[in-house]
Design a protein around this ligand. Structure first.
Ligand code: FES
Length: 112
């Protein structure tokens, strides 16, 4: 078990570099890690509209934020990848965002 504020290994950085997504459980949260324009983002894999997974969600640039968005595949809500803010209905609550870093080719997410 890891203590509070531990960095959790969630997978290989090369997976992100090739456009893949990493999924892991971090301190009871299902977390997804993606990379967009060379920047890594980790967010809770749970749309705040219906509470279901964001598996299959597009991650793309968006005029509303310089960081890009994750787009829920069900009703199209967009969330800022950096802040988690819900940018479009039908979601209004923010996504939970996690700190992410790379160590020796591995991606780590900070447990809250
Ligand atoms: S479930 Fe995500 S926008 Fe409705």
């Amino acid at each position: 078990m890891s203590g509070p504020s531990a960095w959790i290994d969630v997978g290989a950085a090369s997976t992100l570099a090739s456009g893949g997504r990493l999924d892991a459980e971090v301190d009871g949260f299902y977390v997804a890690v993606v990379e967009l324009n060379g920047v890594r983002h980790a967010f809770e894999d749970r749309c705040t509209h219906d509470g279901e997974s964001l598996a299959g969600a597009d991650v793309e640039p968006d005029a509303a934020t310089p960081c890009g968005v994750v787009v829920c595949p069900r009703h199209g809500a967009k969330f800022c990848l950096r802040t988690g803010h819900a940018l479009t209905p039908p979601a209004y609550e923010p996504l939970k965002i996690f700190e992410v870093r790379e160590r020796a080719g591995r991606i780590e997410v900070l447990a809250p």
